[in-house]
Ligand binder design. Structure first.
Ligand code: KIV
Ligand code: NA
Length: 264
């Protein structure tokens, strides 16, 4: 077996074969998802919320994300690992974006990077692609700019559909190998997927994209509370883990653990 390459994803679009991406931030989930055949893992800046406990993705830094990128790369054999460039690490322009992306490739060891923004980041995308770094773009709702967008809101309703389409074309023409479409109407995502030649990866973008992505803690139900509408929970890890912790605690209190077989 070999690593998935960006050209495999282009070929999958040609064949009309859909695929799933997940986030991962540590070795155990990375290895499990790799062996489960998830072709692309994203070390998302959503580690801000899902690992570090920040309220938004704005504060997380390259210094915080790079060790997670390294862990996921080390734990996988087949998966293409994408490192997410954090807020503030590429907005100044192509030179800053290239400096950060080079760190992710060299220190993180990932196989591609992702950044948020359509037309406004086309120059950054061109610079990275020109330097030999595969870029995944991210348009529609972009969490790093949530304070401008006014919170988690669907982007590209009505007239605004043309804006999202223009962003999709801009990132494709700049050389991105794929584009995440976050929280855009299903019809808009469908149109982009048909018209724009690069693979589209939807999250809250309906069923007609080339691929889907979810945050793994959402997908597996590790995160409690109300999930966004676009999330489907495939497990109840929060319940399973809470139950395990309670039983362990009870057994220690009752003197049932450790038993003879756990004792030297
Ligand atoms: O950081 C992240 O988890 C993401 C995905 C939701 C696309 O950017
Ligand atoms: Na992200």
């Amino acid at each position: 077996t070999r690593r998935v390459r960006t050209r495999d994803l282009a070929a999958a679009k040609e064949r009309g074969q859909r695929w799933a991406m997940l986030t991962s931030y540590d070795q155990y989930t990375a290895s499990i998802f790799d062996q489960a055949g998830i072709p692309v893992l994203l070390v998302g800046d959503s580690a801000a919320n899902n690992v570090f406990g920040y309220e938004t993705t704005v504060p997380v830094t390259a210094e915080e994300l790079l060790p997670l990128v390294r862990a996921v790369v080390r734990a996988t054999k087949q998966t293409l690992v994408v490192g997410d460039l954090p807020f503030g690490s590429y907005e100044e322009g192509p030179a800053q974006a290239l400096r950060t992306a080079v760190r992710f490739m060299k220190e993180g060891g990932c196989h591609a990077v992702k950044l948020e923004g359509g037309r406004r980041c086309a120059d950054q995308i061109s610079a990275l692609v020109g330097a030999g770094i595969p870029v995944m773009a991210h348009i529609g709702f972009t969490p790093q700019s949530e304070h401008t967008l006014g919170g988690y809101r669907v982007q590209g309703r009505g007239e605004a559909a043309e804006e999202v389409l223009a962003d999709a074309w801009a990132v494709a023409e700049a050389g991105a190998f794929a584009v995440v479409l976050e929280m855009v109407p299903g019809e808009v995502a469908k149109r982009i997927t048909h018209e724009v030649p690069i693979p589209t990866i939807g999250i809250g973008a309906g069923p007609d994209t080339d691929a889907q992505v979810l945050v793994w803690q959402d997908m597996a139900g590790l995160r409690g509370g109300r999930a966004p509408r676009f999330v489907k929970r495939y497990a109840d890890l929060a319940g399973t883990l809470a139950d395990a912790a309670r039983r362990y605690s009870d057994e220690v209190r009752d003197g049932q653990f450790p038993a003879a077989e756990h004792t030297f």
